[in-house]
Design a protein around this ligand. Sequence first.
Ligand SMILES: *Cc1c(COP(=O)(O)O)cnc(C)c1O
Length: 364
Amino acid sequence: MFRESIKNMAAYRPGEQPLPGQRLIKLNTNENPYPPSPRVRRAVAKVMAGSALRLYPAPRADEFVDSAAKLYSIPQNMILAGNGSDELLAMVFRATLGEGDTVAYPVPTYSLYDTLALVQEARILHIPLGGDFALPLDALADARANLTIVCSPNSPSGTLTPARDLGVLAKRLDGRLLVIDEAYVDFAGDNALRLVRRHRNVVVLRTLSKSYSLAGMRLGLCFAHPSVIDALMKVKDSYNLSRVALAAGAEALRDAAWMRRNVAKVIRTRAHTEARLRKLGFEVPSSQANFVLARIRGRDMAPVARGLRRAGILVRHFATPLLQDALRISIGTPAEMNALFKALEPLARATPSKSKPRVRARAG
Ligand SMILES: *Cc1c(COP(=O)(O)O)cnc(C)c1O
């Protein structure tokens, strides 16, 4: 019934989503622990109150795009709205990659890229990140892939690639498309949005799922040269965003101050979380996102993730060679992080690291 490539590929595995009524502390899919702006609720109520839902939504998401144009000072013809940035990624893959074409990205990173590439029957070039998760700039440039993707801040490392390096990469790719996935950039000190004005081959992707606390509404934004936007538009579903989502997204961007206050809280909790994890013996790269990667070299973290799950706390463990000794932990409220550490401390001490057996100073 299906294409060979679809039969053979593994499905994307999203993090666990609790069932209705299940009370779990959710630190596994990087949602925001704080609610969206109350203005979003009012905007949604207004849509629901009238009979607007009888009609199709605006195919180009005008109200949402207009709001984004004002907030980011970017012309409307350089913006495309998506049903989450996952949909925008799917559009990019569909528009750029056919069978045998190449797509390159540093790894470890967001595993949806693999899924989308396999659907297109594209050839995947995994370029290992350097020490400290540094961008492998030369290897990416030399790969000359049809499509290159850099996730910055990267998931799951939380590390940011300097915009200057991304500008250099864009230039060296010589007209080939460079997608910069900035899903977490509102939690970072810098961003690369300015590159879309200088480079016709740069696409910047944003989402309202994380910093704007709207993962359930499915809202993403794509910024690029108007010719790139026009091409992506051809592979877009006609009415990809509902009227409800459009109103919510437009209003959320008008109240960016609300988002910034939540982001400031998350960043404070992130600093405490990093310090506490390091005290417990974890290696933690300095994060520019709303999660941290906690690692103990050589020690399988699957049992720790299972122990946390039994204590009602969800974190993300990736059973891959590069990441099996690490946990990705979303930043929750201070109370949620206290609950995490209460459960994590005994688990982290339970089995000593295989690579570094500890010599106990105290007897007994
Ligand atoms: C969450 C995430 C996305 C997808 O965001 P949605 O807008 O919810 O689809 C894209 N890229 C990365 C790296 C993410 O972590």
